[in-house]
Write a protein of this length. Structure first.
Lengths: 511, 264, 313
């Protein structure tokens, strides 16, 4: 008998019109004790509701149509309310994506963890409970357990909050830990620490882990087995190495192929089609930007925080330049300065061609979040026509040009009549790109254009960008935190760290 | 989902009844609402006079119908003033920000912390009683309600990337404010409209009840209720029907407002 | 502490600005006090002399200063409608209105809090909708209609009190409480249901929060999730709502005093507005402003104390 066995589980959700839609179809898998099993899939693949049904935690509108879930010889779907209460937290526990919102904001961290013992080990005395909590806090790598105990969640960093969540999940020594995108909301360096902690707990406590993620790299780094889900079905399952290196299904192959894997070496080795033209698109000279931030005291003096200092670089016409940096390094502020949404303190940015033609430089931008970067109540056609309307292009020419642009970015012309909020993320990003290209810009700034997209959609958009780069000969500035993506598509790369800029040339060691 | 639908259908149905009465009041009432008749004094509801007659023998049905019409017209005028000026003020305040915004919002925060009937009383105290004065005072009272809602929408919307896009394209500020952003506020505007109608009806009825709003001989629901008060035992139907229709109007808009808040 | 000090400072500043604006507005519409005092037959010189004597020729700021320095000592001048000072006129009436408001607030909490908390635990959709519609109906009852209904039922039919009569609490507590309890009930019922709706909405808003899912995943029962986890989160915003309730109670008493014939501030305000008795109106407006703004400031400070996410600094 397996440790956890799911057999033909089928779940349905209500659909917008009427009737129900199958969201998880015939899910069948089993898991051995001590195993770390990953479930990978893109948004809407049904991975989360599948996992939540193990704890009976799905929202009421999600119905179980068929199937069974057996955990240590118990049929969970026969559970009464009180069976669920006894199971949750003590034998199976769970951690979630957003540690900040997953903790009760008005309850101190210690008591939240202590509540687990209150519920499942009511015999313990108060001091025993507290010492158990401090013990587990130390175990999960919280440096000062006593202090964390008395803190409200919002005083802790994201990584610490997730450690508190893990402490809470582990304090009753459950057999199974379900982790739903536990690292997605965290910074890259913290992600690795949390994954390492989960691996450690798996080894020292023997807790089995069901890890849900959209990120194949996360799955690959700690799981021994993996399920690949798509649109409510399991497409492929097996040992991690087998699935990753010898995928059988086309979907898995596409998914794996879509992951940008280029490294710095690949980038350096690749023949760059660097622009031969001498024409400079824009030149940044001695640029400095700082912000005034509120002082510690109420009426105290404000302090100045320098975002970056004395940046100078040039970009030539037709180049596809990458700007690589972690969040908070100042790359977004630099972009805002270049396109004029922020004024730099010192220094200048010049666009020689615009100066020569005695006009303002035309800079367009594609933003990260396709859901906020396009006006949700407007139709695609209206949005794409707007720049033409502003420069008084006659109505007949406008729709023809919009049609041509839609074709160029791979959108069917029927989309012109659709409202923005009826489009998927990838489609919205195509509209955003189309809009950016509408009026022959001097420079197109792409600010994390694929970070919010699922990996297969990301690959499609990157392919589109590569194609546009070849066709149009425009200048692009591609800003991203994801080095693999940058190495894959860019011709030149600048790395930004703590407000300073360095070009990636392979010769850094000599400097 | 289900809750939103139930509220909306109920709300619209109730408002439909009130509106039907208002239509009767505007177009044709069975009796002259102001005609006194000694013979029908305190007449209980019967087939000829469905809602009975009051202390002067006037037909309550006709007076309620005219009163509904008056209430409707006054509320529409009041809410239009509040919505138009409030939206304009809120849009500029939220979009431009800075000291202008801080001062304006400080003022409307203070105003909004007072109940609308109290503010209307103060305004009436300054400019005097009568229907036009009532409309102006209540209209001014509702400006901050709209200004605050629209302003908070603009504060959020102006930070969204689509507005940055528009700015980068060189779109003019008025075009950004009213062509790009305003349509995105339609939901909160709609729900504020229903809330404003709800309190406008109540405030109008209250002021007329106190004798500071619609002046006789014009029939108004609030006034009828206050006149009915002294004859409660002899003719309770006057109070019941006039009160019931105020309740209907308030409830209808209340339910609609609730259906909008369910949706978001 | 600094936060509290700042709040108090802002409160006083607001009151000064507010009273100045209302003062100026009234001065503008009041017409010539000297002329109205002397009648149409007075000569130009007589009017001028009285104007000088009353200080009406002074700059508006000077006149406001004079009014303010009187006001802080409780001197608001004379009523033009009743021949007595505003202070004398208002003294007893303030007590009555405050008593009425206190009883109303007590009733609101007594009715609103338990029902609000209990009814937010309703799990069936149909029951929830029914509760919501019932709530809307009660909130929609105009307070004066409810007042008339209570007069009719409790006063005329059941004869628990004499409509139109009034005995003050200090005269005869047992009898006097009847004349305050029923008006207070008329004020309280719609507001209590506003409080119920607010609590229910606030609790419903918590349901989709991540921490609620966490609490359920820990093995908390439905009741424990509701009362140990959601309630405190849901009640913090209710505190801010309470400032509004205080304001609404005083506004409600304006109308309800009229219905029940309670000799309070509200009734005086309505009479004074009808008679354009500006000194009295100004005093009452200021009085209500003090109460409303103080309630707001207190609630703000309380909110900061109770919500760990906002600090007092």
């Amino acid at each position: 008998m397996a440790f956890l066995e799911m057999n033909g589980l089928t779940l349905s959700v209500p659909e917008a019109g009427r009737g129900r839609k199958i969201a998880a179809d015939q899910i069948t898998f089993s898991m051995q004790e001590g195993e770390i099993l990953g479930i990978v899939g893109e948004s809407g693949s049904g991975k989360s509701i599948t996992a939540l049904s193990i704890l009976g935690l799905n929202a009421e509108e999600i119905q179980i149509e068929a199937g069974s879930i057996v955990f240590e010889d118990d049929e969970l779907l026969d559970n009464k309310e009180k069976d669920w209460l006894a199971l949750r937290g003590s034998r199976i526990s769970m951690i979630f994506q957003e540690p900040m919102t997953s903790l009760n904001p008005v309850m101190k961290a210690g008591p939240q963890v202590e509540e687990m013992l209150l519920l499942h080990e009511p015999a313990l005395a108060e001091e025993q409970r507290k010492s158990r909590v401090l013990e587990i806090f130390a175990e999960v790598g919280l440096k000062d357990p006593e202090e964390v105990f008395d803190q409200y969640p919002h005083r802790l960093s994201g990584g610490m909050q997730q450690r508190v969540m893990i402490a809470m999940a582990m304090i009753c020594k459950p057999k199974l830990l379900i982790a739903d995108e536990p690292t997605t909301a965290l910074d890259a360096s913290v992600q690795d620490q949390i994954l390492a902690l989960m691996r450690k707990l798996n080894e020292s406590y023997g807790v089995s882990i069901l890890l849900i993620s959209h990120d194949l790299r996360v799955i690959h780094s700690i799981c021994s087995h993996v399920l690949v889900m798509k649109a409510g079905r399991i497409v492929e399952q097996g040992e991690i190495e087998a699935v990753f290196y010898h995928p059988k299904e086309t979907y898995t192959k596409n998914l794996l192929a879509a992951i940008p894997t280029s490294t710095e070496d690949d980038f350096l080795k690749r023949e760059q089609n660097l622009s031969q033209e001498a024409e400079v698109t824009f030149a940044v000279k001695d640029l400095t930007k700082s912000f005034l931030i509120k002082g510690e005291r109420l009426f105290g003096p404000k302090t100045r925080q320098v975002i970056f200092q004395d940046l100078s670089f040039e970009v030539k016409k037709g180049e596809f330049v990458g700007l690589l940096g972690e969040s908070g390094c100042g790359k977004s502020t630099l972009c805002k300065c270049i396109c004029g949404l922020e004024m730099p303190d010192v220094g200048e940015i010049t666009f020689p061609q615009a100066v020569r033609e005695n006009r303002k430089p035309r800079i367009s931008m594609v933003f990260q979040n396709p859901y906020s970067s396009m006006n949700p109540v407007k139709k695609v056609g209206w949005i794409l026509e707007e720049p033409l309307r502003l420069s008084h292009v006659p109505a007949e020419t406008r729709s023809a040009r919009v049609k041509a642009m839609m074709e160029k970015v791979g959108l069917d012309e029927t989309f012109a009549k659709r409202r923005m909020d009826q489009l998927s993320g990838g489609q919205r990003q195509r509209v955003a790109i189309g809009l950016a290209l509408m009026e022959e810009p001097d420079l197109v700034i792409l600010d994390e254009p694929v970070s919010a997209l699922d990996v297969t959609i990301q690959a499609q958009i990157l392919a589109l960008l590569k194609q546009l780069k070849k066709e149009l000969g425009l200048t692009f500035l591609f800003v991203s935190h994801d080095k693999n993506v940058v190495y894959e598509v860019c011709d030149r790369i600048f790395r930004m760290e703590e407000g300073s800029l360095r070009e990636v040339t392979g010769k850094e060691s000599e400097q | 989902m289900k809750r939103e639908k139930t509220y909306r259908i109920l709300g619209l149905a109730i408002l439909g009844i009130v509106f039907l009465f208002a239509l009767i009041g505007w177009i044709h009432t069975p009796y002259d609402p102001d005609k006194m008749n000694g013979q029908t004094k305190f007449l209980a509801p019967c087939l000829a006079h469905l809602f009975g007659c009051d202390q002067f023998g006037r037909d309550v049905f006709s007076r309620v119908a005219v009163g509904c019409g008056t209430t409707f017209l006054i509320s529409v005028a009041v809410v239009s003033i509040g919505a138009a000026l409030g939206t304009l003020l809120g849009a500029f305040s939220g979009y431009i920000g800075g000291a202008f915004d801080r001062i304006l919002m400080r003022i409307s925060d203070i105003i909004a912390s007072f109940p609308s009937i109290f503010l209307a009383l103060v305004m009436i105290g300054i400019i005097g009683t009568g229907t036009p004065n009532l409309i102006v005072s209540l209209g001014i009272v509702f400006i901050p309600t709209f200004a605050r809602v629209v302003r908070s929408e603009y504060v959020v919307q102006k930070e969204l990337d689509y507005v940055k896009h528009a700015k980068l394209m060189g779109t003019g500020i008025l075009r950004i404010m009213f062509i790009h952003i305003l349509p995105n506020c339609r939901r909160s505007l709609l729900s504020t409209l229903t809330i404003a109608f709800n309190s406008a009806v109540l405030a109008e009825a209250g002021m007329s009840f106190l004798g500071l709003g619609v002046q006789p001989p014009t029939a108004s629901l609030g006034r009828m209720l206050s006149e009915a008060q002294s004859n409660l035992l002899r003719a309770p139907w006057v109070a019941i029907f006039s009160g019931l229709f105020i309740l209907f109007a308030v409830l209808g808009f209340g339910l609609l407002a609730a259906s909008f808040s369910e949706r978001s | 502490m600094k936060y509290v000090a700042k709040k108090i400072l802002v409160l006083f500043g607001t009151l000064v600005v507010l009273s100045f604006l209302v003062f100026v507005a009234f001065q503008a519409v009041k017409g010539d006090a000297a002329l109205s005092q002397l009648g149409d037959n007075a000569t130009k010189e007589q009017v001028e002399a009285l104007r000088e004597e009353l200080g009406l020729n002074d700059f508006i700021l000077v006149r406001y200063g004079r009014w303010l320095s009187g006001a802080v000592r409780g001197d608001f001048g004379n009523s033009s409608n009743y021949s007595m000072t505003v202070k004398e006129l208002m003294r007893d009436k303030i007590t009555v209105t405050v008593q009425l408001a206190m009883i109303s607030l007590g009733l609101i909490l007594l009715i609103g809090l338990p029902i609000g908390i209990a009814s937010s635990g309703i799990r069936s959709t149909a029951g929830d909708i029914a509760a919501g519609v019932f709530n809307q109906i009660v909130m929609a009852i105009p307070p004066f209609f409810l007042g008339i209904f209570i007069t009719w039922l409790c006063g005329l039919v059941l004869a628990w009190f004499t409509p139109g009569g009034y005995v003050s609490l200090s005269e005869n507590f047992k009898e006097g409480i009847h004349f305050l309890f029923f008006p207070a009930l008329a004020i309280a019922i719609p507001k209590a249901f506003m409080l119920i709706k607010f609590i229910r909405d606030s609790m419903a808003g918590q349901k989709s929060m991540g921490y609620v899912r966490t609490a359920r995943s820990k093995g908390n029962s439905h009741g424990r999730v509701l009362y140990k986890h959601m309630l405190k989160n849901a009640l913090i915003p209710v505190i801010t709502f309470f400032a509004m309730i205080v304001a609404e109670v005083f506004a409600g008493s304006i109308v309800i005093e009229q219905v029940f014939g309670v000799p309070g501030i509200g009734r005086l305000l309505v009479v004074s507005i009808a008679n354009r008795d500006f000194n009295v109106i100004l005093a009452i407006v200021l009085y209500i402003a003090v109460i409303v703004l103080t309630a707001n400031a207190v609630v703000d400070v309380l909110y900061h104390i109770l919500d760990p996410r906002v600090s007092l600094e």
